[in-house]
Write a protein that binds this ligand. Structure first.
Ligand SMILES: Cc1ncc(COP(=O)(O)O)c(C=O)c1O
Length: 299
């Protein structure tokens, strides 16, 4: 992982969830401050709560709001800014270049969860930090082995001294069993494939663009997504469930996502395109969505 990410070292955890709940409390404490994006993953919020720091939420990807909160700190305390790189339920990308500049200006540290960006974003697939050009500005970041990497486990990538610090202080690393060898080997193989077979990533983006084009021309609202995570926002939870059930009868598995996972009135179907979907399969999905969307009067 360190070789792939271009960091001095990396550390694996039993899961991404464990990494977040374990590492954040090693970075920030009871008398400190955390600013977190409103749409941060649940495991990040859990880690923030466990740290005991005062948690303030800024509006989703709103750097003006974040700056207001940073400027208003009184007294100024050690501060950690917490964000997903690529947001799991909306598929949009955190403005990491602006966020990093703000953090530097106001003396805050940044913790990025790149669960969904790793293997997907950036010219070599290293993730959202590569995509946003901030790899050299952020000394560490977190991710999971359970998305593009297709295994199970979490990781932190960073400097040797940072990783040594975690090995000696992070309870979610110390007091639980490490990844089983088969999962670690699967993740290692996947990292090799990501680096050696860039054509897969190209195919993924072609698939994603094909689906976006077809769904947009049918009149579906895909939200702010800039990635292969494509939410079709339908509003009420019952509508999302009905859409998911109708799609399943057409042979398409696209789960409904409802509050509290997403904010009220934004229930959705979340499509996730992969490199292995064929053109025929994507056409089938579009046809199923057209029929289901018309039946439920969404388009
Ligand atoms: C953004 C994000 N962070 C962390 C996790 C947790 O990772 P894991 O499944 O490896 O525990 C997930 C989802 O699984 C996620 O979407």
């Amino acid at each position: 992982m360190a070789e792939f990410k271009g960091t001095e070292a990396a550390l694996s955890f039993g899961s991404g969830y464990l990494a977040n709940i374990g590492v954040i409390p090693t970075l920030i404490g009871k008398t400190d401050l955390i600013f977190a994006d409103r749409l941060c993953h649940a495991s990040l919020i859990e880690g923030c709560r466990l740290s005991g720091a005062t948690l303030r939420i800024y509006r989703h990807c709103d750097m003006n709001h974040l700056e207001q909160l940073l400027a208003k700190r009184s007294p100024v305390k050690p501060t950690l800014i917490v964000t997903d790189g690529l947001f799991s339920m909306d598929g949009d990308i955190a403005p990491l270049a602006d966020l990093t500049r703000l953090a530097k200006r106001y003396g805050a540290n940044v913790y990025v969860d790149d669960a969904h960006g790793t293997g997907i974003l950036g010219s070599t697939g290293r993730g959202t930090l590569e995509h946003c050009g901030v790899e050299s500005s952020l000394p560490y970041h977190m991710g999971t082995l359970s998305k593009a990497i297709g295994s199970v486990g979490g990781y932190l990538a960073g400097s040797r001294s940072f990783i040594d610090y975690l090995i000696n202080t992070c309870r979610a690393f110390i007091y639980t069993t490490a990844s089983p060898p088969a999962s670690a080997a699967a993740a290692t193989a996947a990292l090799r494939i990501i680096q050696e077979e860039p054509a897969r990533r190209i195919r993924l983006w072609e698939n994603r663009n094909r689906l976006v084009q077809a769904l947009t021309s049918l009149g579906f609202q895909l939200g702010p997504s800039a990635s292969p995570i494509l939410p079709i926002i339908v509003g009420a939870p019952e509508r999302a469930i009905r859409l998911a059930q109708t799609l399943l009868t057409f042979g398409v598995y696209a789960p409904a996502i409802r509050p509290p996972t997403v904010p009220p009135a934004t229930s959705r179907i979340r499509l996730t395109v992969t490199a292995d979907h064929t053109a025929e399969q994507l056409d089938e999905v579009v046809s199923a969505l057209e029929r289901a969307g018309q039946a439920l009067r969404l388009i």
